[in-house]
Design a protein around this ligand. Structure first.
Ligand code: NAD
Ligand code: TYD
Length: 337
């Protein structure tokens, strides 16, 4: 039995990862450390919360003593770090907490991993560390880092710390850099669940600027399988890009959502753009495919239908979120925009 410390396992991707591990790998035990910020939600773990191979701990990745105790007490073999402040728009309002969790938090985890010579440290990073592309080309693992938002700057800083721990002390690390994820349990501050929620309630769909910004969409389950492959098969010290090969403009995505829900395009409202908005992200996942035999299995057309259907079938999950602090968040971000 191997035991992994998963941080941020009550968030969107982390909860999907924990569900996948507990469903498909009965020889793996998960210690799940999550601060339960606004983005963390135990409801996202459902029946897996009480699974025999799952231990949930509410706490901060910046708390070195706690992380150290967990590693000793549960004989942790590896850390997979999902915990982060993850929303670009929030980072443009309040960058400090992004530095605290994404940089200081990662440093704290790395120090404990090194003290205990853990088998592996996997940092879940993002393609946003590479900055923005023009109309041509793809990010590869050797594209220079050029982050543009406080969020991506904090993630790039964390990547540099991981690199330094690997280079200086031989800590067995990997970094994955994935494109935009979508799927079940995503907090409705991110574009896809926000647009689904608004469309369902006949509210305006706030499209930033001209709506011709391009993202590469990766179905969350495909991301989770990629992380597992890197954790279990990759050489230490390596970086892998993970993409869905699904480039779409924001207007195309919004159009697909409206069509599926049978709602009119008149709900679309172009609003003031995000400052410094990255124009295009696109990922070359060739290294993942060649070296680890991974490939995405869900096309955007399939994944968006699964996602919309999931939100339709899980209205109570969504309603619990939007009935709380979310209203204030939405007002502050979108009224007068
Ligand atoms: P999320 O915001 O849904 O979840 C983050 C989780 O981390 C939450 O459960 C939150 O409670 C927890 N957390 C926050 N601060 C913490 C702290 N100090 N200590 C412990 N837990 C803390 O994020 P997500 O979308 O699931 O993203 C997970 C990871 O993947 C992040 O590192 C993010 O940068 C990266 N990523 C996400 C995407 C995407 O499209 N969502 C794309 C690329 C990379
Ligand atoms: P988002 O889901 O916030 O992810 P990221 O900024 O990390 O790529 O946004 C995806 C795209 O959608 C991005 O180009 C910004 C745009 N967007 C809107 O047009 N309206 C919105 O309300 C949101 C949240 C995002």
């Amino acid at each position: 039995m191997r035991t992994i410390l998963v941080t941020g396992g009550a968030g969107f991707i982390g909860s999907n990862f924990v569900r996948m591990i507990l469903s498909e790998h009965s020889d793996v035990r998960v210690v799940n450390l999550d601060l339960l910020t606004y983005a963390g939600n135990l409801e996202s773990l459902g029946e897996f919360l009480n699974h025999k191979n799952h231990i949930f701990v509410k706490g901060d990745i910046c708390d070195g003593e706690l992380v150290n105790d967990l590693v000793v007490q549960h004989k942790i073999d590896a850390i997979v770090n999902f915990a982060a402040e993850s929303h670009v728009d929030r980072s443009l309002v309040e960058p400090g907490v992004f530095i605290q969790t994404n940089v200081t938090g990662t440093l704290t985890l790395l120090k404990v991993a090194l003290d205990h010579k853990l088998e592996r440290f996997l940092q879940v990073s993002t393609d946003e560390v590479y900055g923005s592309l023009g109309t041509e080309g793809f990010f590869t693992e050797t594209t220079p880092l050029s982050p543009n938002s406080p969020y991506s700057a904090s993630k790039a800083s964390a990547d540099m710390l991981v690199r330094a721990f690997s280079h200086s002390w031989g800590l067995r690390c990997n970094i994955t850099r994935c494109s935009n994820n979508y799927g079940p349990y995503q907090f409705p501050e991110k574009m896809i669940p926000l647009m689904i929620h608004n469309a369902l309630n006949d509210k305006e769909l706030p499209v930033y600027g001209d709506g011709l910004y391009i993202r590469d969409w990766l179905y969350v389950y495909d991301h989770c399988t990629a992380i597992w492959k890197v954790l279990t098969q990759a050489e230490p010290g390596t970086i892998y890009n993970v993409g869905g090969n699904n480039e779409k403009t924001n207007l195309e995505v919004v159009g697909i959502i409206l069509e599926r829900l049978g709602k009119p395009e008149t709900l679309i409202r172009h609003v003031k753009d995000r400052p410094g908005h990255d124009r295009r992200y696109a990922i070359d996942s060739g290294k993942m495919m060649k070296e680890l035999g991974w490939r995405p299995t869900v096309t955007f057309e399939e994944g968006i239908v699964k996602t919309i259907d999931w939100y339709l079938a899980n209205t109570s999950w969504l309603n619990h979120i939007v009935s709380g602090q979310y209203q204030q968040y939405y007002q502050s971000m979108y009224s007068n925009r």
